[in-house]
Write a protein that binds this ligand. Structure first.
Ligand code: GLN
Ligand code: ZN
Length: 759
């Protein structure tokens, strides 16, 4: 009998129940008992749901009140000293202090740093370790949740983050070697495994996602040591899980480790199957990740079945499991509740529940179950409607993409010539001041938008409201003395959704929520078809704003790579192809803005860096098409039109060549928190175009004074040509309030004036 084994389930709840419970608890509206009861209820529902959908092996301890890496740190007592008193007195308060910081009852603690979980949009908390770090088994969450499921009659396979990935994902605050802590950590894992064994667990899943990264000899040695040590323990059987890519150079290692089973990702890396079959010793369980855990589409079951059949022929189906490529954490819960999607789109979607159902069909087909052929036929029929849909395939879009050539992606003249023409047209002072685009999205703004959407505020009244906000914003910038103005982005809900809603080929779900971090969820648009722009998207508000002022008004667009990166994308064509389509749509918008008299246009690409593939050997190919797409969007304009871009959350050292190849006339970046250190890459590269290094942190309500910003600007001017330097904040101001925004921008303009006087 073929087995369906799931690796993890979304924890936030189909209706974001966990989010609500967490936020109610944090605000003091609900007790910890109420929070724990919602959490228990969700776990129970999810276990039942998975069983009902056809999973034979259901995970436990995949749930978390905030994050599974934080859970692991907490469980092994990797708690930095500053949180310890609180964590000892009140574990839950200590746990949330690590996650979110705390400022009350005499405590004033920052949260742990947060960073992206591999190449997903999920963020984990980075454990802090140090040379003399001690570990102990502090928290028995894996055991508790295993027993909880068991009491409900569900036998589960607990999920643990493996010791080597845990260390590699942590940071040593004193710069010491994290892997040197392995000897101290392993006894805790041993104890944890023993307690699970004693409780009756047959199997555990140990996640070692770092196995798909580029690893060196020390990393390999750590893996060998760790799993050799854990093999000595009286423990449940271990399924070692790799995901998010091919094992590549780590395959021999992964196959050799003394565990009982291996999970491999055959969606991202189907080609590794034969090598895995060759390498894996006999008797090992092989979990085949054949259904995409990272995307929302129903898969090609024939293709998946062919992989599984090949594996079954080699190893017999007795030791096989059919699984999603990775935990289903990265997809929403249930597509069957999405009733308002265009055309047949809903029938093409598989969220967590449907993915388990697909795995059941595959397992049944492998076993020759009588109703499997009908289910496979149904899957084929659905796929066929998608392949033939004229909402998906638009020949005119394909033709346009095919016609892209070098000229499409190249400005008419090189930067030195353009900059002369732009300087004449714009007539800006040295150290020109600008902002990144958004101004405070106050409760009023969000309420007006929500009421308009719910048809409680007429379009005319909403437009009047937006016009008033925009006018206020323009007047304020003029009064402060900013040189290049923005309209404020009051009409935008989100920088991707706003564009997706106006482009063909995008759809929006009701409940397609995915956890981003803690209680924060995103509802990414679904790009399901060829992208085209039926009508201008931003021209109305940009030209309205320009009509209010004689200063240059900057048009504001989200770049093609960022739109792609923050959406669920098609799986039936390469990402690069979808990105080129978006780029062409944006190019049309850029040209319409230019034709409407907008002389400065910013194309934001904050997500460019996060699109980098996990393995370095794949970087250049990605960067090449990403840069090409930006250039397609930008390059249609005349020399006199100034193209800006903006990138935050970026470390530039290893991508500076590509950033320069984007050939934006001006780039603004986030540099204030690093005290201008992030500029180094540009300096070393002798970046030729103009740069606005952010002079103040917009993440904090704190208002820096002009001295502080002047000091930062002096640092920038010391290493750059003064003629290159713009003055702007780190990022958009949408999360700030008006008073602090005004005060900070006044200080910023004052700092620019001081610099002009000194140069
Ligand atoms: N223009 C956007 C804004 O100002 C940019 C946001 C971003 O970089 N994340 O909000
Ligand atoms: Zn930004």
């Amino acid at each position: 009998m073929s087995i369906v084994g799931n690796l993890g389930f979304p924890r936030i709840g189909a209706r974001r129940e966990l989010k609500r419970a967490l936020e109610a608890f944090w605000s003091g509206e609900e007790t910890s008992e109420q929070l724990q009861s919602t959490a228990r209820e969700l776990r129970s529902q999810h276990w039942q749901l998975q069983r009902a959908a056809g999973a034979d092996v259901v995970p436990s301890n995949d749930f978390s009140l905030y994050d599974q890496v934080l859970d692991t740190a907490f469980a092994v007592d990797a708690i930095p000293d500053r949180y310890r008193a609180l964590a000892d007195a009140d574990p839950l308060a200590g746990y949330f202090a690590l996650a979110r910081g705390v400022q009350n009852n005499g405590f004033d603690l920052h949260a742990l740093e947060m960073t992206k979980w591999f190449d997903t949009n999920y963020h984990y908390l980075v454990p802090e370790l140090q040379r003399d770090q001690a570990f102990r088994l502090r928290d028995h969450k894996p055991l508790r949740e295993y027993l909880e499921a068991r009491a409900l009659g569900v036998e589960t396979r607990p999920v643990l983050l493996g010791p080597v990935s845990f260390l590699l994902l942590s940071k040593a605050v004193d710069g010491s070697d994290r892997l040197a802590l392995l000897d101290r950590l392993l006894p805790v894992y041993a104890e944890l495994l023993e307690t699970l064994k004693v409780a009756g667990a047959q199997w555990v899943q140990i996640d070692e996602p770092c196995l798909v990264l580029d690893l060196d000899d020390d990393d390999h040695a750590a893996y060998r040591k760790a799993y050799a040590a854990l093999a000595q323990v009286a423990r449940p059987q271990v399924l070692l899980a790799s995901y998010f890519g091919a094992l590549g150079g780590n395959l021999a290692l992964a196959a050799e480790l003394p565990v009982d089973g291996l999970h491999v990702d055959l969606v991202r890396a189907p080609d590794q199957l034969d090598d895995v079959l060759d390498a894996l010793p006999e008797g090992r369980t092989l979990s085949l990740g054949v259904v995409d855990g990272r995307n929302v589409w129903r898969g090609d079951l024939d293709r998946a079945l062919a992989l599984a059949t090949r594996a079954a022929e080699r190893r017999g189906s007795g030791s096989l499991q059919l699984a999603p490529s990775c935990s289903l954490l990265h997809v929403p819960v249930d597509a069957s509740t999405e009733k308002a999607l265009p055309g047949k789109l809903q029938s093409w979607l598989a969220f967590a529940r449907q993915k388990i159902e697909e795995l059941r069909v595959l397992a049944d087909a492998l076993d020759g179950a009588p109703d499997a052929p009908a289910a496979l036929d149904q899957a084929r029929a659905r796929l066929q409607t998608r392949r033939q849909s004229d909402k998906v395939h638009r020949p005119q879009v394909a033709a346009r993409v095919a016609a892209i050539d070098a000229a499409t992606a190249t400005r008419a003249s090189a930067y030195p010539q353009r900059s002369v023409v732009q300087a004449q047209r714009l007539n800006l002072p040295v150290f020109p001041t600008t902002t990144i685009g958004s101004f405070p999205q106050t409760r009023d703004v969000r309420e007006a938008r929500a009421r308009n959407k719910a048809s409680k505020l007429s379009q005319a009244a909403y437009d009047d409201f937006l016009a008033a906000e925009t006018t206020k914003c323009v007047r304020l910038q003029e009064a402060i003395g900013i040189d290049v103005l923005v309209h404020g982005e009051f009409e935008r809900n989100d920088m991707v959704e706003y564009f997706g809603e106006q482009l063909d080929g995008f759809a929006f779900t009701r409940n397609g929520w995915v956890q981003s971090y803690g209680s924060r969820c995103v509802k990414p648009p679904i790009i399901f078809g060829d992208v085209q722009r039926p009508a201008p998207m931003t021209v109305y508000w940009s030209t309205y704003a320009q009509s209010l002022t004689h200063k240059p008004m900057k048009g504001m667009l989200t770049g093609p790579v960022t739109v792609l990166q923050w959406s669920f994308v098609r799986d039936d064509q390469p990402r690069a192809q979808t990105c080129r389509q978006i780029a062409l749509a944006l190019r049309d918008e850029v040209l319409d803005l230019e034709a409407a008299g907008i002389g400065v246009i910013q194309i934001d690409e904050p997500a460019l860096r996060e699109g980098l593939p996990l393995q370095r050997s794949d970087w250049q190919a990605y960067l090449d098409w990403a840069v090409e797409c930006f250039r397609i969007a930008a390059a249609g304009v005349a020399d006199a039109t100034q193209i800006h871009t903006h990138m935050c959350y970026s470390e530039f050292n290893d991508i500076i060549e590509s950033v320069a190849a984007m050939d934006a006339d001006v780039i603004s970046i986030e540099t204030s928190r690093s005290r201008m250190e992030l500029l180094d890459a540009f300096v070393k590269f002798r970046y030729p175009n103009q740069i606005g290094p952010g002079v103040y942190d917009i993440h904090s309500p704190r208002v820096p004074d002009a001295n502080e910003m002047t000091t930062l600007l002096h640092k920038a001017v010391a290493v750059l040509d003064p003629a290159q330097v713009w003055v702007n904040p780190d990022c958009g101001l949408k999360t700030r309030g008006w008073p602090e925004t005004q005060a900070a921008l006044e200080a910023m303009v004052e700092a620019a004036r001081r610099l002009r006087a000194a140069n």
